[in-house]
Design a protein around this ligand. Structure first.
Ligand code: CDM
Ligand code: ATP
Length: 284
């Protein structure tokens, strides 16, 4: 039997850091949602007890460093499953982009193997397993729109934002999440974005207020390290996106756009100098 799972990309509409913790992680407050740019996973049981990963993407690890491999291993060990699985990853989400591509593959693997092997694991338990793999994985297990706290693993589901276009642009640089958090200094922050205002804007379905309350404190690090990310933000704003922000630790920048007529202008304007530009919709 073959089963399929979609692994969508996430964007952070808001990312605030409250403090650095003793365990080295940062206490965050984030609002995350999914967009319809997704990897597609195909899973099939193997006749022997092993995990095999393949992908058309030549630039990701296919061994135990792959987050889908780690997810399969975790579920096998924890639930004492002596079966094998072959997982093919059709990668569409750019790698190391701030879009949680690897985390979403891990989450899709947990959901998929739960189905394939009929394990009956609850969503809450899948989230707990996911948290062992990475801070973004629990959110990728549940999807939707959520407030994420703790190191990102504590989730509170909220309404989806109103439907709009999302233009994603990734400059050709790789950003390490650990490096960005490592260089972040919370006491140097001049301003925190308002979670309350964003939650309020989303619950009222106000696209304008969502755009006006976008905020990501990790921009203070990534925009400093990589001026091309700042330039990309400025270009998107100039081209007429209604709200513009860097996602996660970057380097992908997203623009929210309400009117379809504006989208092709922004896409064409960016494509002049940025190879990886995607026009997608919010997943609502
Ligand atoms: C930037 C975001 O993607 C925004 O959604 C997340 O906060 C990071 O999530 P992630 O990539 O799943 O992160 P993890 O794989 O758990 O951690 C990678 C590294 O980022 C740093 N890290 C991550 C999350 C967090 N709340 N505080 C941190 O300081 C840690 O140095 C950690 O070693
Ligand atoms: N299934 C996978 N897909 C993509 N990258 C993977 C995968 N498994 C492991 N990796 C590795 O994980 C690293 C981060 O890739 P990923 O695309 O998940 O980053 P990201 O989008 O910045 O994640 P986040 O937003 O959660 O910080 C890369 O160095 C990549 O080699």
């Amino acid at each position: 039997m073959k089963i399929y799972e979609k692994a969508p990309a996430k964007i952070n509409l808001l990312l605030d850091v409250l403090r650095k913790r003793e365990d080295g992680f940062h206490e965050v407050e984030m609002i995350m949602t999914m967009v319809d740019l997704a990897d597609r996973l195909e899973m099939e049981e193997l006749p022997r007890d092993s995990i095999m990963i393949s992908s058309q993407a030549g630039y990701i690890p296919l061994d135990e460093k792959n987050l889908a491999f780690q997810a399969a291993k975790l579920i096998k060990d924890r639930y004492d499953v002596h079966k094998g699985v072959y997982i093919h990853l059709d990668k569409k989400i750019p790698v190391a982009a701030g879009l949680a591509g690897g985390s979403s593959d891990a989450a899709a693997t947990l959901r998929g193997l739960n189905r394939l092997w009929g394990l009956g694991i609850s969503e809450a338990e899948l989230c707990e397993l996911g948290a062992e793999l990475g801070s973004d994985v629990p959110f990728c297990v549940t999807g939707g729109t959520a407030i994420a706290t703790g190191r990102g693993e504590k989730l509170e589901r909220i309404h989806n934002p109103p439907q709009c276009w999302v233009v994603l642009a990734k400059p050709p640089i790789n950003v390490s999440t650990a490096d960005v958090y490592g260089k972040f200094r919370v006491n140097e922050l001049k301003q925190h974005p308002s979670k309350a205002n964003m939650v309020n804007a989303i619950s009222r379905g106000s696209f304008t207020d969502i755009c006006n309350n976008l905020g990501n404190v990790l921009e203070t690090v990534t925009l400093q390290l990589y001026p091309e990310v700042r330039q990309l933000k400025e270009s998107m704003e100039r081209l007429g996106a209604d709200g513009v922000l860097m996602s996660g630790s970057g380097p992908t920048v997203f623009g929210l756009v309400s009117k379809e007529a504006k989208v092709s202008r922004i896409y064409n304007g960016l494509r002049g100098y940025c190879k990886e530009v995607y026009v997608v919709r919010m997943l609502t």
